[in-house]
Design a protein around this ligand. Structure first.
Ligand code: PGA
Ligand code: ZN
Length: 404
């Protein structure tokens, strides 16, 4: 089942910004994959190679495409597509840098996922079966109010998620997510008018609110009105790196020290049914994460995104310092399927939970749904239950649930 040919192209993502799609050819067919792109990117992520030329305002990816069609294709043609770790190791070697800056993590990941897809087909397996032994569906975390860099409002916190925990199956969780989403829409329109129901990059509403507490009130109200009190909880992605300025955190026009912010989070978790907080502090604040975990870690999951960047070195450091209790796993932060799976295993071994994540700029590729099942990740976040590129993941999970 040798790789015969690899061909990549520039396509556009959900924001209309260029990204990569790669096709890996074998005699039984083509494995195709495309990769997402983040906006609130951490500085420890693998490098997304962009052209920085005039076309697409610098955002073109023709250099990365050329890397796939040239050096990567030349080196992978002839290898059995079912040898995923061998192929990923070869990609890592070909790049030769610590952060995949030579060939681009976007180029490398597109090929890595496309290979996995055709490898699964060649093995007569579904992708999730091919990647792991998992048989459990993740709990979806629906981001239904958008702030931060993802929305045209002044909310400091980036994501307000609803997490349907007490349900027998994924299908029912998705239904609850959709019903709460539309209940919230009604509440928002009634309270603030039509301007409040525009949506942000991840399909959540982006109401013109300025105080970070208000969306929590609205979410709680929507959960109750939809009839899901006690069954659906709340999660936050503060993406605090984005409001960290000169050693202070700027929220609602107020300036917080780390300790003041810890107290604020404690207050919010006492008032609202919050069970998860992602990136409560800036991307180098391992100790602040640990201090918060110590205070509220029994009831609330502390999730590391920009802090960890799906990077084994940073995950190990956070395990040692007890900074987190959940890994946010974004394949494009690290760059290959094998490394993404290994990052998940590392977190699991430490007793952490895993939340598999999309990016704010997405394509219709549902790879993360399969990855979540393969790893038996407890959670997945793929945005609101709205917009095609978000539903591509949730609908894939519906199909997987039918099979297992
Ligand atoms: P991003 O946001 O994809 O824009 O980085 C997602 C997140 O911070 O979790
Ligand atoms: Zn995040």
């Amino acid at each position: 089942m040798k790789i015969l040919k690899i061909k990549a192209r520039e396509i556009l993502d959900s924001r209309g910004i260029p990204t990569i799609e790669a096709d890996v050819w074998t005699k039984i067919g083509i494995g195709r994959a495309s990769v997402p792109s983040g906006k609130s990117r951490g500085k420890y992520e693998a490098v997304e190679l962009r052209d920085n030329e005039k076309r697409f305002l610098g955002k073109g990816v023709l250099k990365a495409v050329a890397n796939i069609n040239g050096v990567i294709a030349r080196n992978l043609v002839g290898i059995d597509c079912r040898k995923q770790s061998r192929i990923d190791n070869k990609l890592i070697k070909l790049d030769g840098t610590e952060n995949k800056s030579r060939l681009g993590a976007n180029a490398i990941l597109a090929v890595s996922i496309a290979t996995a897809r055709i490898g699964a087909l060649a093995s007569g397996k579904e992708l999730y079966e091919y990647l792991g032994k998992g048989k459990k569906l993740p709990i979806p975390c629906f981001n239904i109010i958008n702030g931060g860099k993802h929305a045209g409002n002044n909310l400091a916190f980036q994501e307000y998620m609803i997490i349907p925990i007490r349900f027998p199956c994924f299908k029912d969780r998705l239904q609850a997510g959709s019903e709460i989403y539309y209940t919230l829409k009604k509440i928002l329109e009634k309270k603030y008018g039509k301007k409040a129901i525009n949506v942000g990059d991840e399909g959540g509403f982006a109401p013109p609110l300025a105080k970070v507490e208000m969306p929590l009130k609205l979410l709680f109200q929507a959960i109750k009105e939809a009839g899901y009190e006690n069954k659906v909880k709340i999660g936050l992605d503060c993406a605090a790196n984005e409001f960290f300025k000169n050693g202070r955190y700027i929220i609602d026009n107020k300036s917080f020290t780390t300790n003041q912010l810890i107290d604020f989070y404690v207050e919010l978790t006492n008032k609202y049914p919050i069970i998860s907080i992602e990136d409560p502090f800036a991307q180098d604040e391992f100790k602040a994460f640990a201090a918060l975990r110590k205070k509220i870690g029994k009831e609330v999951m502390i999730v590391g995104d920009d802090l960890l960047a799906t990077n084994p070195k940073r995950i190990k450091k956070a395990i040692k310092l007890k900074s987190c209790s959940c890994l946010l796993l974004k394949p494009n932060q690290i760059g290959t399927v094998t490394e993404a799976i290994n990052a998940g295993k590392l977190a699991k071994k430490a007793g952490w939970k895993i939340m598999i994540s999309h990016r704010s700029g997405e394509t219709n590729d549902p790879f993360i749904a399969d990855l979540a099942v393969a790893l038996e990740a407890e959670f997945i976040k793929a945005g609101a239950p709205c917009r095609g590129e978000r539903l591509a993941k949730y609908n894939r999970l519906l199909r997987i649930e039918e099979k297992i």
